[in-house]
Design a protein around this ligand. Structure first.
Ligand code: AMP
Ligand code: MG
Length: 491
């Protein structure tokens, strides 16, 4: 890449231009002593950015928002949201900024966004800051999700700011630069709807269609088609979470994207032992966002999106409600089909190519596998990895982890009769996930200044399906004394 191209990051200000009512132009706080902690070279190159430049002083100033390229308009985005079921009319980016849109290699625009860049007019009582541990955590988990083939925002870099931040004591401050298809959320539509400005709502919907679902523009009812597309994307996304044992932890409507990417890695975690009630967030005392509630919550959030879209769906609001309810009815079958197809793949069984429901025997095997998991406790990830061994003729490891062996043997006889494909299972069942005990260990070391464990773990979860000698520790469950895991919001 030429020297000129290295230093001219071209950022559009499309969101700020098209939706000024949702964009407050703002500047990042000056980082007193910035130091690059981790840079995603591969992602940088995909965006046409030179990693060497990004590692330079000028590059780091760009990554902290302290140098704004010509033509860019960094903004704090306004949005509303239901948090734990209660509506907040004004949330918005309290500690984040949209720097602008960068055009990716496929010609699509992607958001370049900062988290931890200082207080904005939406900061309320917050300090606008973020600290090293949680920003590295988002880096690790979002890159793991991407490597697992699960739509997610991506992490471009974490920069230590050199500022001390008050949390439980003083902690080193940091900022995450992330890349997303967009930062439009269900809460963005709730905000526009509450503004009682149909023109704004229409411009927001048009912006979302143009960026994420361009084919909807040609549909007979483009806004209903937008809703159907978001619903399909979210049904598929949440099914993928469930298939790897991911608990998002804070599925508020402001944390649910229109693009269908996973966003906002706060109190999220991957489960070790399978547990339908798995929940890690210290503030979710009611268990609203527990593992098995996630599909229901996604549907509830989509109902809030439908409500926000009502003025665009039909001029007669009763008709609009009818259309919305009918479309919402698509969620359960879409989710069920995505989950079942994913489970079949995890079991090495072919799914019907046309998306139709599985035959009764295959569906029964899926239900049987779930029953074995529920009978546990069994490590979710290792259960499926050991099933791959069983498909290759070695039933010992999986039998070694099951309580009800008679139930397993009866199920396995039927399963093996279907000749499961171990190569498909290898591609579908991860070996390395960011297990809580490993993440905590890596982040504690990083906060104390040693990034080596972080990079080792990042390397493992970056190729989750490829078994590598020397990484055995990363495939194992937590030590017996690890105990119940708690993660914290407001990080
Ligand atoms: P979250 O639960 O991380 O999605 O955040 C919910 C809301 O709180 C958003 O409006 C955030 O911008 C805001 N917020 C979270 N942490 C902070 C902070 N330290 N300073 C200012 N605003 C914050
Ligand atoms: Mg959020």
């Amino acid at each position: 890449m030429s020297a000129a191209a290295e230093t001219t990051l071209t950022l559009d200000n499309r969101f700020a231009r098209e939706l000024p009512e949702l964009a407050v132009p703002w500047q990042a706080e000056e980082a007193p002593d910035p130091a690059l902690l981790v840079l995603n070279d591969g992602l940088a190159r995909r965006l046409g950015l030179d990693p060497e430049f990004l590692s330079s002083n000028d590059g780091i100033r760009l990554l902290t928002g302290n140098h704004v390229p010509a033509g860019a308009t960094p903004v704090a985005q306004a949005y509303a949201g239901h948090q734990f079921g209660g509506y907040s009319p004004r949330l918005g980016d309290g500690r984040a900024l949209l720097l602008g849109e960068v055009t990716g290699p496929d010609g699509h625009q992607l958001d370049l966004h900062l988290k931890g860049s200082g207080r904005t007019p939406f900061a309320r009582a917050g300090d606008g800051l973020a600290v090293v541990g949680p920003m590295l955590r988002e880096y690790l988990v979002s890159e793991s999700m991407h490597a697992l083939g699960i739509p997610s925002t991506r992490a471009l870099a974490v920069v230590a700011t050199g500022r001390q931040v008050r949390r439980e004591g003083l902690l080193p401050g940091a900022l995450l630069a992330r890349v997303a298809a967009s930062h439009l959320r269900v809460g963005s539509f709730q905000y526009a709807r509450a503004a009682d400005d149909v023109d704004l709502l229409r411009r927001l919907a048009d912006h979302a269609i143009a960026r994420h679902y361009p084919a909807a523009a040609a549909a007979e009812q483009p806004y209903l088609e937008l809703f159907r597309n978001v619903l399909a994307a979210q049904a598929d996304l949440v099914a993928r979470w469930m298939l790897v044992g991911f608990v998002h932890g804070v599925m508020n409507t402001d944390n649910m994207t229109i693009s269908g990417e996973t966003i906002d890695y706060g109190p999220c975690a991957f489960m070790d032992a399978f547990d339908p009630g798995a929940l890690y967030s210290s503030i979710d005392t009611g268990g609203r966002y527990a593992y098995s509630n996630q599909p229901i919550v996604a549907e509830w959030n989509l109902a809030r999106l439908a409500e926000a879209l009502l003025p665009l769906l039909h001029e007669d609001q009763e008709k609009a409600v009818e259309l919305a309810v009918e479309a919402l009815g698509l969620f359960r079958p879409a989710y069920g089909a995505a989950w079942q197809a994913g489970m079949l793949a995890k079991l090495g069984l072919p799914a019907p190519a046309d998306g139709s429901p599985a035959d009764p025997e295959s569906a029964g095997l899926v239900d049987g596998a779930l029953a074995l998991l529920k009978d546990g406790p069994v490590d979710h990830t290792q259960f499926f990895r050991n099933l791959v061994k069983a498909a290759r003729g070695d039933a010992g490891p999986v039998r070694g982890m099951i309580m009800d062996l008679a139930a397993y043997d009866a199920w396995a006889a039927r399963w093996l009769a279907r000749q499961p494909d171990p190569a498909l299972m290898d591609r579908t069942n991860p070996i390395y996930i960011p297990r809580n005990h490993l993440v905590e260990e890596a982040l504690a070391a990083a906060t104390a200044g040693d990034l080596a464990p972080f990079h080792l773990l990042l390397d493992a979860v970056g190729s989750p399906f490829t078994e590598r000698p020397g990484l055995e520790r990363f495939a194992e469950g937590p030590p017996a004394d690890f105990g119940a895991y708690r993660s914290y919001c407001g990080t």
